[in-house]
Design a protein around this ligand. Structure first.
Ligand SMILES: Nc1ncnc2c1ncn2[C@@H]1O[C@H](COP(=O)(O)OP(=O)(O)OP(=O)(O)O)[C@@H](O)[C@H]1O
Ligand SMILES: [Mg+2]
Length: 778
């Protein structure tokens, strides 16, 4: 069958049937970039006879990778023998499983998650460097190391550039952290990008092997690549030069995680012989939604500039909604979903998505939907794999898989309680360090270690024997992973301990059941010789991994967005970041309030404000049929309500495309309460009403400093934002460290009264003070 590109328009076709040489598809949201990319893969295979094993396609989330694989599979009508389609991280794991020994790791390495990383850094700061954890929060140190890694800055180079006290501590921690990872035969998440680059740079024959194999590289969402990913691509593509990337500079939203928008803006410079294809037709959204999106993004200065038009009808207007507070907002959204479904029998819950800027907002939304009995799915938030009991069980499994996984050992050494105290663990760690053996091996000898006595002297060797038994079982043929896990959680005492916890323990036991079901799934796929899994095995080379290692590798890679299952009927909720690349008929963007979206800290830097606007653009362009922009007049932060003004982003949405609605609760209120849109004039007086005149402006109003109300002005971002609240420890560039005593004002005007350790109390305007959080780590 000749391959058919007739489902593409001429420009899309031109890109999809591009054969050799570098090419960039630069185009706005919904213009078919991802469709072009998958079409080109099938065209290469079906029309040009390219060996599927020579194709490497990369994207950013497992969800997107899964969809891509599915699309290619259905277009080709057969399996993707040998083709690699995955995230940068999963491809990094594959490369390392095969070639890690060249860097000094064994192929059964562990991938550390954020908790493991923080625990490790904590130990280095406290035990090795003997520094104060309060002054040097592990999470802050870790994010500095992570940023350095994503820039491909190694420990030595980092140390050379360190020029303040904080950076010097980071410089002390960084090499120790790397050494500890290596001793534990582990990589952290960033290493999955950095170590393959190191491998390719230092082993020319390995580089050549990969270059020879992967003649065709394709990258979706190219605008979000960071330095490490960029260098990885440059190395891999250097020989064949068949680098095909698609992206949209207007959707670059990961600057805060090191993504460099210049990677897309400079593509032509990097590859002077490159072709650029622009797609200008949007196939996703109604004309009203697209018009609004175009207008919103036109406020940004730093962009290439693109046209995006549609043949679609105008469609419904965009609805701006004014709610009283966050629970009113949630109730309104839930009722609106019900009303829409009552109107149109073809709709189901999965056609609706609720987006928000910060994870913290999900809770109120969840409660609102739960009250209405409406099934929903939170993508992100407290992820399944981050729950305590799940992590405990996984730590046991990791230790079974890899006897040198010291972090896993430390996590479960006394979980459930078996009478092993901190002192014994410290002694054990000293013994292990002296002999340069893993903690688990040291535990076997605990009976004869000085300073370990009584219960611990008995319990530690028992723990070691328990793990040893399951490690032996795991290597036996015919032992089923789910069975092994079930027995392990029983015999370790985890299950009994959870049962003893009462009702809460029940939910946790259900989570363990879910985990076991996940293990069973991997086991089943292995027995059925699931082709995709077989391919993974094949790609892993001689070191054919056990089900256990496969499962652990899978768990380490599951990102937030993977929980989004398009077939289950439920309303989806997620952060705007997680929504990238997805589309839904009905989209609600909630919390459209100044200081929340855009986040208040974005006002510090024009670039940050532009990134927030791009995030808004991403949100708007997820909508196919209908967009709702909801804001609340006040919102709870910690124990208090704060008055909120509508987001300035709303002003960039043209009025002739919108209609305004108020929730019943707003309508009930006296007319003095209902503020018409875009009349900010009464904002100050509202604020005065709340705070009482002058006292809102710092200093004047003395609150009880001991009242730790958790009052929160800034919002914790999904990943990185420090939250500023009373009692928080912060660092100021000139005044040094201090404790926040009082927060006043709102929006651009938030002021913080801070008791600095060195210079005493000062009041600073947060927007200009460039504060860094020191408290965020626990
Ligand atoms: N030529 C076409 N004819 C009909 N529908 C199309 C065409 N091209 C793309 N589409 C549809 O338009 C929608 C958007 O396409 P796609 O997701 O590939 O866009 P995108 O550019 O990757 O968007 P984003 O920037 O949000 O990732 C999809 O539902 C896709 O199937
Ligand atoms: Mg896309």
């Amino acid at each position: 069958m000749a391959f058919d590109l007739s489902h593409l328009n001429p420009e899309q076709n031109e890109a999809a049937s591009h054969f050799e040489g570098p090419l960039l598809v630069l185009a706005g949201a919904g213009s078919g970039k991802t469709r072009v990319l998958t079409s080109r893969i099938t065209w290469l295979v079906d029309e040009m006879g390219v060996d599927p094993a020579g194709i490497l396609a990369l994207t950013f989330t497992n969800k997107a990778a899964g969809e891509m694989r599915e699309r290619v599979r259905s277009m080709l009508g057969r399996e993707l023998a040998g083709m690699w389609i995955g995230t940068f991280h999963s491809v990094g794991v594959r490369i390392l499983r095969r070639d890690a020994p060249k860097l000094g790791w064994s192929p059964s390495f562990t991938v550390y998650d954020a908790d493991d990383q923080d625990a490790l850094i904590k130990r280095i700061i406290r035990d090795q460097l003997k520094l104060d954890l309060k002054k040097w929060p592990p999470r802050a140190i870790h994010s500095a190391i992570s940023a350095a890694k994503n820039e491909l800055t190694g420990p030595q180079e980092y140390a050379e550039g360190a020029n303040d006290a904080f950076e010097r501590v980071v410089a002390d921690v960084y090499p120790r952290y790397q050494q500890a990872l290596k001793d534990a035969n582990a990589f952290d998440f960033d290493d999955l990008l950095v170590k393959p680059v190191e491998l390719l740079r230092t082993h020319p024959h390995v580089l050549r092997r990969y270059q020879d194999r992967f003649r065709f590289l394709l990258v979706d969402e190219y605008q979000d690549t960071n330095r490490a990913q960029y260098v990885f691509l440059q190395l891999m593509a250097a020989e064949a030069r068949n680098l095909f990337v698609v992206g949209d500079d207007d959707q670059s939203i990961y600057g805060w995680r090191g993504a460099d928008i210049r990677n897309i803006l400079d593509f032509e410079k990097d590859f002077p012989d490159s072709r650029i294809v622009r797609l200008e037709q949007n196939y996703r959204s109604s004309a009203n939604i697209l018009d609004a999106a175009n207008r919103v993004i036109s406020h940004n200065v730093n962009r290439k500039g693109k046209t995006l038009r549609t043949d679609a009808a105008a469609g419904e207007r965009i609805t701006l909604v004014e709610a009283a507070d966050e629970s009113d907002e949630a109730r309104w959204v839930a009722e609106e979903i019900q009303a829409r479904m009552a109107d149109d029998a073809r709709l189901s819950l999965r056609h609706f998505v609720i987006l928000y800027r910060t994870n913290a907002q999900s809770r109120a939304m969840e409660e609102g939907l739960r009250r209405e009995g409406m099934p929903y799915r939170v993508i992100g938030g407290t992820r399944f794999y981050e729950r305590r009991e799940v992590k405990d069980a996984l730590a046991y499994l990791r230790l079974v898989s890899n006897a040198s996984a010291d972090e896993a050992f430390l996590r479960i050494v006394n979980v459930p309680r078996r009478g092993i105290g901190d002192a014994s663990v410290t002694r054990l760690a000293e013994h292990a360090a002296a002999r340069r053996i893993p903690l688990l091996a040291a535990a076997a000898e605990a009976g004869s270690v000085d300073g370990i006595r009584g219960v611990a002297a008995k319990a530690l060797p028992e723990l070691s024997a328990l793990i040893g038994k399951y490690a032996a079982l795991a290597s036996l043929e015919g032992v089923e992973l789910d069975q092994l896990l079930r027995e392990l959680v029983l015999e370790s005492g985890l299950v009994e301990a959870l049962k003893a916890e009462g009702p809460e323990g029940k939910d946790r036991l259900a989570n363990l059941d879910e985990l076991i079901a996940g293990a069973a799934e991997i086991q089943r796929r292995l027995v059925d010789e699931d082709p995709e899994l077989m391919m993974e095995l094949e790609d892993a080379g001689e070191t054919s991994p056990r089900p256990l290692d496969l499962f652990l590798g899978h768990v380490a890679l599951v990102a937030d967005v993977d929980q989004h299952d398009p077939t289950a009927d439920a309303v989806s909720m997620m952060t705007l970041h997680n929504a990238k690349g997805l589309e839904f008929p009905f989209v609600f963007i909630s919390g459209m309030e100044d200081g929340l979206f855009p986040l208040i800290r974005a006002y510090d830097e024009p670039e940050d404000l532009e990134e927030e606007r791009r995030l808004f653009y991403v949100g708007v362009t997820r909508a196919e049929r209908k967009l709702y922009l909801v804001h609340a007049k006040r919102r709870r932060r910690g124990a208090q309500y704060m008055d909120s003004a509508p987001s300035p982003f709303l002003e960039s949405v043209p009025e002739d495309l919108t209609e305004t609605r108020k929730t019943p609760r707003i309508l009930e209120r006296s007319s003095s309460w209902s503020q018409p849109w875009k009349q900010g004039g009464s904002y100050t007086s509202r604020r005065e009403r709340l705070f009482g005149g002058d006292s809102a402006w710092g200093g004047g109003k003395k609150k009880d400093d001991g009242d730790d109300s958790g009052y929160q002005v800034d919002y914790a971002d999904s990943q990185d934002a420090p939250s500023l609240r009373k009692g928080a420890r912060v660092r100021h560039p000139t005044f040094g460290s201090g404790t926040v005593k009082e927060l006043t004002g709102y929006g651009n005007d938030v002021k913080a009264a801070i008791e600095f350790d060195s210079v005493g109390r000062k009041t600073v305007v947060v927007r200009y003070a460039n504060l860094e959080s020191e408290t965020d780590w626990d």
